[in-house]
Write a protein that binds this ligand. Structure first.
Ligand code: TYC
Length: 113
């Protein structure tokens, strides 16, 4: 098991804190996070992209419009950061919704470093 140092400064009573390592405790490993990316294309209507961002990424209309314009101008934007499972679900929802409406909109995920 990975151990991480417990410093005096982590304790409530830091009287006489010299920040010398005194004890160990199990290291808390954070799960990796994944960026969900939306890609630009020449055919998906702007209003459709705005709707996707409102519907699946809980953005306000104003936020969604701004992010859509960023993708339109720059080619790609991060639209959210999630656990692996949630990111995969979001990508699936967007890809499925786009396919059902016959738009070529692409959504992908990548590990956040
Ligand atoms: N470029 C598209 C158009 O001009 C709009 C668009 C924006 C498409 C963002 C995809 O992820 C996208 N209709």
């Amino acid at each position: 098991m990975l151990l991480q140092p417990l410093r005096m400064s982590d304790k409530q009573d830091d009287e006489g804190d010299t920040s010398i390592l005194l004890k160990t405790r199990p290291k808390t490993q954070r799960p990796p996070l994944y960026k969900v990316l939306l890609l630009n294309d020449d055919y998906t209507p702007m209003e459709f992209v705005v709707h996707v961002l409102e519907r699946f990424f809980n953005m306000t209309h104003a936020q969604a419009f701004e992010v859509m314009l960023t993708v339109h101008k720059k080619g790609v934007a991060v639209v959210g950061v999630f656990s692996h499972e949630i990111a995969e679900t979001k990508v699936g929802q967007v890809m499925d919704f786009a396919r059902r409406h016959q738009h070529p909109l692409q959504c992908t995920m990548e590990k956040e470093e």
